[in-house]
Design a protein around this ligand. Sequence first.
Ligand code: FES
Ligand SMILES: [Fe+2]
Length: 381
Amino acid sequence: MDRELELELLDELISLDQEKLAYLDEDIALSPVEHYCDPDHFAQEHDRVFRSYPQIAAHCSELPEPGSFLRRDLAGLPAFLTRDRDGQVHAFLNVCRHRGARLVEDEKGCKHSFSCPYHAWTWSNTGDLRGVPHQKQGFPDLDKSKYGLIRLPCSEISGWIWVVPNPKSSFDIAAFVAPAAADFAWLDGGNLRMGPSNQITCAANWKILLEGGIEAYHFRVAHKDTIGPFFPDNLSSYRMMGHHMRSVLPRVTIGDLHSRPRDSWNIRDEANVLYTFFPTSQFLVQQDHLIWIRTEPLAADQTRLTLTTMVPADAPTDLDAHWQKNHQITMHTLSEDFDIGEAIQSGLASGANDALTFGRYEGALTQFANMMAQAVSDPAA
Ligand code: FES
Ligand SMILES: [Fe+2]
């Protein structure tokens, strides 16, 4: 984001805070309960959204040098990523083209070619078939060019590696990311490295967990014993950036910001900035680090989350204990949200509600639900 926008976002929240007003949408909205618990609805989301839209699959530091590779399941597809001699990143299905064995077993490493553990067909890290043992007799007319690894659309943008988990897709990843390009530049992802990381599985629909992050209405209640007192009651704003969203969740320090020199204002000091990159990637940006939340919807009522604290690449290692402490605080706070999410999920099928109700404070939830509804009904849009 540029400086002008940073100040605009702060000015908007300062004046709402001073007037004790909330950031309001026009209307309340209803979100049908079956969108959170119906397996058929989940199957539609899976096919039309998770398997159709790009997701942030990796950070550039996970493929640090030519020859680096990384295994990663993407929306249930076995895949792996490579970095070739020229520094280009590729994504492939992790499936042998001979008789379908899993080609890459190691989670990560450095290799310029990959040999199948079954019969040793071998591919370069650019996906070209290089070797077939006993080819002359066994496969006399084999056209190796037709047996390249199956490629997934992939782009490295501002330090983040985006992949569409669909080999038939022609999705324009750059155009999809473009509305958030200035924010990616601001976040400077290429100069981050991975800090502490946790993976958890939650017995709740992925949208319940996501929705809990993009409103501040619950802060003073659900987080009263942790972060609640550091945030003004029920104050946040959001802006859409194409499919993506930037939410700003100010801290109580915004209350006297107007009395400090405007030149010194820094949104990262005064607010949590939460990015939701449609559909399942989020960055929670804090003062000196950000938390990358990778959401993997496993079933209507089950979600795996990987939360990684990303820190400045040049931060000295004696700060590691500081990142670790921050990471634990984040995990503890988010566990309050996840516990509530699991409780919501357990009551969804009770018949108490036909729909969840989003108030005018919760417009970001409505926007996200609308984006999902559009993607599910018209995957090409
Ligand atoms: S299945 Fe991979 S070489 Fe045969
Ligand atoms: Fe929360």
